[in-house]
Design a protein around this ligand. Structure first.
Ligand code: U2F
Length: 451
């Protein structure tokens, strides 16, 4: 008999739903007598459904808010439409889940990006458990948005005049500079949908005494203390995906990335991926391609087909003919980063990629674009010291060659490798027997399922 019925609500864009689904699966395997209804849009559920599910987890589609089947919205419009109809869609989805299980939902776990879930949970007089899937330090910055605006000011000029001074007025960001502050706090169009979401979610979170985070206790001890003080029920239970037994199954390697890597020596290949929503300009993409070609490092590049069309003419053919590089639309990234041939990861520093790089023991070459990525890049290169950052101008041919020289050939690169191996050990131990993430997950389950 089902002891408790828990709804888990995803933000159905970029890698958010995948990360939350990993958490839902982890919870379902540790609490076999509870049922977990995972709610997301049809399209986002389809991207997850190839993964094998336990019998105590079910997928519940909710509306994407698109009213005409002929209308294909842009990425930004799709988010706007989804959020506009979200509360009604969620109410309907929850009713459907309760009907299917014959059992009331006792608690809603949701991505913090869909903070509006809190209102629906309040209406139903049940608990809301928000989950931060991205970097927790970014959330810390957003919780201090008003103070940042007050001390530094608003606009690019304010950032420039603050210069390279460290943000000593914010204890958890005292190794970061004004330029590392995520856009949408005191720069950029504050009405842009992503920035608006981040601002609202942080404000709504202040009403909660619970926070679940895709991070590991000990990765940032000062931040741990901050969140522990702020949220009596704080659960750092990352990396979510490491709890899934499916990560030990053979990966879906449609493009033969792993066999290509097998042909290379240990730590000699660069892996390149700029995440699921790239904002790179064609001119910068071309500079990255030139840098990869000019360096003596073989590379595997995950690049969507539409972006491949923007590469310099003849580039893909040359790379294929010489065997210097392999360019594919998708890779089994977690397995790629664990492959011994991979010696560097050129990344936009999305939080999932950062965690996967640590688990793989691979130093990063950082080129952040938006969101938490700027803060992550600074933590990686300056605090944790397992990577290098590209200069402010982004990818240049020289910059890529220089970064590879540091990571692959210099003593500094060797130090980064040692540093990432230390973190790797800590992170892997956290999900093992008596590890902090595993113990926190058990505490979380008591909180959400009461068991
Ligand atoms: C947004 O991040 P992204 O989705 O752009 O990037 P990541 O957080 O790094 O997640 C990408 C995921 O996609 C997977 C990869 C990651 O789990 O393993 N992947 C893959 O399997 N194969 C590929 O060829 C390419 C990617 C946002 F932009 C970030 O700033 C946030 O930190 C992040 C989390 O909230 O969401």
């Amino acid at each position: 008999m089902t002891q408790s019925h828990v709804a888990v609500v995803a933000f159905p864009f970029s890698s958010h739903a995948g990360a939350l689904f990993s958490l839902a699966r982890a919870m379902s395997s540790l609490a076999p007598s509870s049922h977990f209804s995972f709610l997301s849009t049809k399209q986002s559920l389809a991207s997850l459904s190839s993964q094998q599910l336990l019998s105590n987890i079910s997928l519940v589609p909710i509306s994407d808010g698109v009213t005409s089947p002929d209308h294909v919205p842009s990425h930004i419009e799709a988010i706007e439409l989804f959020l506009k109809s979200f509360k009604d869609s969620l109410r309907e989805g929850l009713k459907a889940a309760e009907l299917a299980q014959g059992c009331k939902v006792r608690c809603i776990v949701s991505d913090l990006f869909v903070w509006l879930t809190a209102d629906v949970a309040d209406e139903m007089a049940i608990k809301w458990v928000p989950v931060r899937t991205g970097a927790p330090l970014d959330l810390y910055a957003r919780l201090h948005a008003d103070l940042i605006r007050e001390v530094i000011g608003v606009g690019d000029e304010a950032i420039r005049s603050y210069g390279d001074k460290l943000l000593s007025f914010l204890p958890c960001l005292s190794s970061h500079r004004a330029i590392d502050i995520p856009k949408g706090i005191n720069t950029g169009d504050l009405n842009f949908i992503y920035y608006m979401i981040c601002d609202r979610m942080a404000r709504r979170l202040l009403d909660s005494d619970v926070l679940v985070s895709n991070t590991i206790q000990g990765l940032d001890p000062i931040l741990d203390s901050y969140f522990q003080d702020k949220f009596p029920n704080y659960f750092p239970v990352g990396p979510f995906y490491l709890f899934n037994s499916s990560q030990n199954e053979p990966p879906n390697d449609t493009y033969g990335c792993l066999s290509w890597l097998d042909q290379h020596d240990q730590a000699t290949v660069a892996y390149v991926s700029l995440g699921t929503i790239a904002f790179i300009l064609p001119s910068e993409l071309a500079s990255l391609a030139k840098g990869l070609e000019a360096s003596n490092v073989p590379f595997l590049w995950s690049l969507k087909e539409e972006a491949q069309n923007l590469l310099p003419s003849g580039f893909i053919d040359r790379m294929n003919e010489t065997g210097k590089g392999k360019i594919v639309p998708w890779t089994p990234q977690i397995s790629v980063l664990k492959h011994p041939a991979v010696g560097a990861f050129v990344s936009h520093c999305g939080w999932n990629s950062v965690l996967e790089s640590i688990v793989g023991g691979v130093p990063l070459v950082c080129r952040p674009f938006f969101g938490d990525q700027t803060i992550n890049a600074r933590s990686i290169s300056f605090v944790w010291k397992f990577g290098v950052s590209m200069d402010e101008e982004g990818f240049t041919q020289k910059g890529v060659v220089r970064a590879f020289d540091v990571v692959f050939n210099r003593e500094e690169g060797e130090k980064m490798r040692n540093k990432v191996h230390e973190l790797q050990e800590m992170v892997i131990a956290s999900v093992g027997e008596n590890g902090s993430s595993r113990e926190n997950l058990k505490r979380l389950l008591k909180n959400v399922c009461g068991c």
